[in-house]
Design a protein around this ligand. Structure first.
Ligand SMILES: N[C@@H](CCC(=O)N[C@@H](CS)C(=O)NCC(=O)O)C(=O)O
Length: 215
């Protein structure tokens, strides 16, 4: 049975799509029009009561929260495609460590940059230059820690590509593209090498080719 993923044009669902492609799992992408408020429709809220994307349906089984979904599929399809979880308990600990770092240290400032630089005019709220400046500073400090880490191992969790790297793809793509702050990556030698490696993976290139910008 083909699994469904809602909202493929948006950044958080793209994390799930990259994971499914790496795991060689067939999926159906279900588009949602945010400008029409489709993510707040009562039918959609039955699947995702917070009215955000992604949601996935695997038969009757429903999950939302992009990082929970990627962990679920990486585990369910452990024996096919790319191993994204780590082979030993120690590797797995590192993968979890860096997925959490992405969620709690990297994502908050990059999410704010995305909102204020890319979406404020489209979503009808004022662009706040202070939020942009503070977010850039916070993100810079996070990336300095990444630079140190990536000077010791090729990928975040060690010398193997994993969910820890994959989870960074959608918002870093915004950073180097429409947000216009590519220098934050290119000015850090090891972060830059890591980004060139992970963003050129066929799975991510396929996501970019299939699903355009959200709004
Ligand atoms: N922690 C959630 C965040 C989901 C989220 O904020 N999704 C955004 C798109 S990237 C969204 O649906 N925003 C619409 C809204 O907040 O109304 C996840 O990782 O799935």
């Amino acid at each position: 049975m083909v699994v469904k993923v809602y909202g493929p044009a948006f950044a958080c669902p793209k994390r799930v799509l990259a994971c499914l492609i790496e795991k060689e799992v067939e999926f159906e992408a279900v588009p949602l029009d945010f400008l029409k408020g489709e993510h707040k429709d009562p039918e959609f809220l039955k699947l995702q009561p917070f009215g955000t994307v992604p949601v996935t349906q695997d038969g009757d089984y429903v999950l939302y929260e992009s990082r929970a979904i990627m962990r679920y599929y990486a585990e369910k399809y452990k024996s096919q495609g790319t191993d994204l979880l780590g082979k030993t308990i120690e590797e797995r600990g590192q993968v979890e460590n860096w997925v959490e770092v992405e969620a709690h240290n990297f994502n908050p400032p990059i999410f704010n940059l995305t909102l204020h630089v890319m979406f404020s005019s489209k979503l009808g709220f004022p662009r706040d230059e202070n939020v942009i400046k503070e977010s850039e500073e916070k993100l810079g400090k996070v990336l300095d820690i990444y630079e140190e880490r990536l000077s010791k191992s090729k990928y975040l969790a060690g010398d193997f590509f994993s969910l820890a790297d994959l989870t960074h793809l959608p918002f870093t793509q915004y950073l180097v593209g429409p947000i216009g702050k590519e220098h934050m990556i290119t000015s850090r030698k090891h972060v830059n090498a890591w980004w060139n490696d992970i963003s050129n993976r066929p799975s991510w290139q396929k996501v970019l080719q299939l699903y355009d910008a959200p709004l």
